[in-house]
Design a protein around this ligand. Structure first.
Ligand code: RP5
Length: 163
């Protein structure tokens, strides 16, 4: 397999988040970005997170996408431990349908940013597309792929509705 130029990590607080976070992995894969996908809980496996971040710095990971539900602190704690850009995806796994995770992820005080996307699968997909867009500013091949992706997406929208 050819060596891939860019590497992005996708973390999730639980294995149960994977059906949602798979959208981030699949989208990155579509752009031939190498992914490192892990289950890391900020509260249940905190030492796994710090160990992983040391590896990620070493491996030149370009960005980290974190998905978590309930009182979702995975993205914030990850951002606290690294200067690698962190994006957060709130997951609708709680009785509050992700509103709790949205507020916990988005409401970071000034100083340690977490770029927060929408709740659920759409947010996971957009997190990957946002990472692609940032990297593409410095990688013309990736920029071309992103334009092609947008064109293909537009082409799938019908002019008229049908039942
Ligand atoms: C959060 O609690 C996880 O991110 C997940 O969304 C939620 C439920 O986790 P499990 O009880 O399914 O492991 O920490």
């Amino acid at each position: 397999m050819p060596v891939r130029k860019h590497r992005v990590a996708v973390l999730m607080g639980s294995d149960s988040d994977y059906p949602i976070m798979k959208a981030a992995e699949d989208t990155l894969e579509q752009f031939e970005i190498e992914t490192d996908v892990r289950v890391i809980s900020a509260h249940r496996t905190p030492e796994r997170l710090t160990r992983f971040l040391a590896e990620a710095e070493e491996a030149g990971v370009a960005a980290i996408i974190c998905g978590a539900g309930w009182a979702a602190h995975l993205a914030g704690v990850t951002a606290a431990h690294t200067t690698i850009p962190v994006l957060g995806v709130p997951i609708e796994s709680s009785p509050l349908n992700g509103m709790d995770a949205l507020l916990a992820t988005v409401q970071m005080p000034g100083g340690i940013p977490v770029g927060t996307l929408s709740i659920g699968k759409g947010g996971a997909k957009n997190a990957a597309l946002l990472v692609v867009a940032f990297i593409a500013r410095f990688d013309p091949d990736l920029a071309k792929k992103l334009v092609e992706f947008r064109e293909a997406q537009s082409a799938k929208v019908p002019e008229r509705p049908s039942l």
